[in-house]
Design a binder for this molecule. Sequence first.
Ligand code: FMN
Length: 339
Amino acid sequence: MLPWLKEGKFPLYLAPMAGFTDLAYRQLCKDEGADVLITEFAMSDSINRDIPEAWALTEFHESQRPMGIQIFGATPESMAKAAHRIEERCRPDFIDLNFGCPSEKVTCQMAGASLLKTPRELTRIAAEVVKEVKSIPVTAKIRTGWDEENIVADQLVPMLQDVGIQALTIHGRTKVQGYSGEPDWDLIKSIAASTSLPIIGNGNIRNSAQVHEIMTQSNVSGVMIGRAALGYPWLFREIKTHLETGHTPPPPTLQHRWKTILDYAHQLASRPENAHFEGKIMWMRSKIVKLTKDMHGSKNLRLELNQTETLDQLHEISKQHLERYSHADVVIQERFRRR
Ligand SMILES: Cc1cc2nc3c(=O)[nH]c(=O)nc-3n(C[C@H](O)[C@H](O)[C@H](O)COP(=O)(O)O)c2cc1C
């Protein structure tokens, strides 16, 4: 049994989200209570060809453990070789196999979610990886199936367990659903009830009440939180506090949010792989904008941020925003405290 899934634990995973859950963002979530982190997916062929950008995705800090490195690919040979190289070089706590990505760029290579169409081929990949990776566990992440007529999650569970996969994340949507529509939590729960393989449930988790219900009313072993944690890393703290005490802590102050945003932007800018941007921050706008979700005047703020080119300009925007809205924020915090 993976140590973070032992009896009595109910870990909150931060979902891997390519383009957003970079090293710095994962740290933010860890600091706010995320228990298990997984890197954005790296293509096995790129790892095997030593493409620096692919290896950059595998980086993590010791303080972020337990840490999984996720890969995707189309063949057992490529996936097994990449997994073994990552095991040797990075020593993560586990390797996670992506069998759920719906992006055309991935499915046209017969990787990611396209493997849901061929459960035996998917399992063959998992088996080869498990055989090659000797010192750490291998886990996998799937969707329920390709489409509603072809649900395969229930069939895949024993197949993956047989070849040595040690935990399985099920995103409760089909490939065809993409990221919209309701995830099928009934299916996730019924699968979890029928297997000894630890199942991590994923899909549309937005608050502590949902997590409490899943934790207390099902055999699901943990949950993975995706988009609700994008821009709001404080969600992990809110859920944990609520699960432990029954109370939701106050939201972060506006000042705290801006400090987080500015620290994050500086960390991104100072990464060696971003040195070629020479201090310009246009490339990180979408990541920064996410962190302003639901802030006062967020629509105008978004427009402003989408014109921002330098860190100095970002500091100026934060100063003006704080001047304009600090008072309103104090009122909200006060109201929260009196609740
Ligand atoms: C922008 C974006 C990038 C994603 N990248 C990955 C990825 O690299 N690997 C992966 O397994 N899933 C990826 N996902 C899927 C998420 O991990 C998660 O399964 C999905 O968003 C459903 O969870 P949610 O409803 O809580 O957002 C991505 C999702 C989004 C929105």
